[in-house]
Design a protein around this ligand. Sequence first.
Ligand SMILES: *Cc1c(COP(=O)(O)O)cnc(C)c1O
Length: 330
Amino acid sequence: MEYRVLSGSLANLYAYMATTKPGDTIYAMPEALAGHATHHTQGAAGLYGLMVRPIPYHPGTHRIDWTTWENEIRHTRPTLIILGTSLPLIPVDIGRARALADTVGARVMYDAAHVAGLVAAGLFQRPLAEGADLMTMSTYKTFGGPAGGLVATGDEELAQRLDSIAYPGLTANFDMARVAGLGVAALELATFGQSYAQQCLKNAQRLADELLRLDIPVWAPNGGQLTQSHLVAVEASRFGGGTRAARLAEASNVLFSGIPLPLTVIAGDYNGIRLGVQEITRLGMGESEMASVATFIKLALTQPDQAEATRVEVREFRKEFRTVRFGFAE
Ligand SMILES: *Cc1c(COP(=O)(O)O)cnc(C)c1O
């Protein structure tokens, strides 16, 4: 476990440096499936000189098109396959990607930036046990710690390479204050992570159901179940785009972000909305609160002209939830 890493983005660069050379071909989830910028040409992968190819997928879903990929990979000969996205609603078949990678001698990396806390609780997927060589993550999303990154591997040789990428490579002096905070967050996760992650999953499922009940177009990643993580996706076309909707909703004290979905493109904006329950869960909200949260989201999306009134209601509701739970102070 390499902990001197200052961000999840840098954790990805560490992983690229440990497994590839500039000019190599790699595969990553396409941006239409919320593949992260750091997996692509404009981000760390491109800046390091990697040639990025999109993992083929079935249109309209988050499902990988394995047959097309299997045929393609024989010619493209990647050295690294990156799994994991900024919208991990359902687990990905890491074992199958591992088997595919083995046919060309490629490494497999899983980017657990969002789901690290769920992974720690064993409730989403177990990337290293399922066949990933490396797992990278951010430490401030579901992990619940200070901003930073981590790289984990079970491979001794990769671990040594990561150690020398950290020093003398990229960090001469690391931030002890951050690492101390990270240690506490890791202990909290080891102690309270099970109940935290379980509550996140329940809240996300309930939130998705409540939103559907209110006629908000929740998007199903494989045409079936709405979410198996702490995230919920909503189609944004009805609301004029994801980022536009997020800006408007802010005035109602409701915060979320735009995200790409594999649906019809909206010019100049994302076609999806990404909702996450990781922080409201940490503040102690449970399933019974999700009906109110869904109502606020609906108001924020459909009645931006009444933002002033919604804002006051949200503030009143939020007053009850001021303590950070699932930590030692509790
Ligand atoms: C947030 C995110 C990152 C980047 O993490 P930072 O710690 O913010 O640099 C990397 N990968 C994915 C999939 C992310 O969602």
